[in-house]
Design a protein around this ligand. Structure first.
Ligand code: DCM
Ligand code: MG
Length: 227
């Protein structure tokens, strides 16, 4: 199934807090890359893998209409004050149109990719869509790179690696790119790291991982407050 995907859309959300606080989105970043670019990474004069030149990007800050937890503000740099001062809009139907049109421009089939996406980004996005009485096409696929890298280690070594933090986005980035993370917890920075990590194992991810993707229709909302 994954082998037929033509566009991978890398997704990261910043939010007011973790799942148990019924979070709202404060920032969304979607970056679309065609499979041809992901499978044939360009390198610079030092032989270092580069982000694809041809990318479509949609990054927006969002007024969550909810108090942003202190820790979430600290790591993301987004707080109720700066989002308010900058007169950011809430997660409204206009934003949903933008996202849907963005996805619709991409060569299909399209697969969303997020790190820890099954637990956090996809259910939270589903909640925000459902709050507006909306949803994405059921033909959309989604892939969680946390599961992907655990699945690849299981295939290679019989089990995923243990140890706290082994599969965090930053750690995977350090290991696969050999550099310190840049702009962690900024939605675009996290997406850029995610693309680099994905490209470093693109062939294995597409050919070998079979359990790490779902249909968008299989994703349940993180929580439901109305409708
Ligand atoms: N988050 C949090 N506490 C953490 C980790 C994350 O409240 N320990 C929230 C705030 C972030 C959002 O989750 O904006 C997304 O996390 P990340 O930046 O890792 O994508
Ligand atoms: Mg992030």
């Amino acid at each position: 199934m994954l082998s037929s995907v033509k566009t991978f859309v890398f997704l990261d959300l910043e939010a007011t807090g973790l799942n148990k606080y019924l979070p709202k989105i404060t920032e969304i970043c979607l970056v679309a890359a065609h499979i041809s670019s992901l499978q044939n990474p360009v390198t610079n004069e030092f032989g270092e893998m580069q982000l694809p030149r041809v990318l479509d990007k949609l990054c927006l800050c969002v007024d969550p209409e909810k108090t942003i937890n202190r820790y979430a503000s600290e790591i993301s740099g987004l707080n109720n004050k700066n989002l308010g001062e900058n007169e950011k809009q809430n997660f409204n139907s206009g934003l949903i149109v933008l996202i849907k049109e963005f996805l619709d421009r991409q060569a299909k089939p399209v697969c969303l990719v997020a790190h820890n996406g099954f637990k956090f980004d996809f259910p939270l996005l589903k909640t925000e869509l459902k709050e507006q009485g909306n949803d994405f096409s059921s033909s959309l696929l989604c892939l969680d790179t946390l599961h992907v890298f655990q699945e690849l280690d299981t295939l290679e070594n019989g089990a995923p690696k243990k140890g706290k933090g082994f599969y965090t986005l930053s750690e995977l980035y350090r290991r696969s790119v050999g550099k310190e993370p840049i702009d962690s917890h900024h939605a675009e920075g996290d997406v850029q790291m995610l693309i680099m990590i994905f490209m470093s194992k693109a062939k294995q991810v597409i050919e070998k991982t079979s359990y790490s993707f779902k249909m968008w229709s299989e994703i349940s909302p993180m929580y439901v407050t109305r409708r």
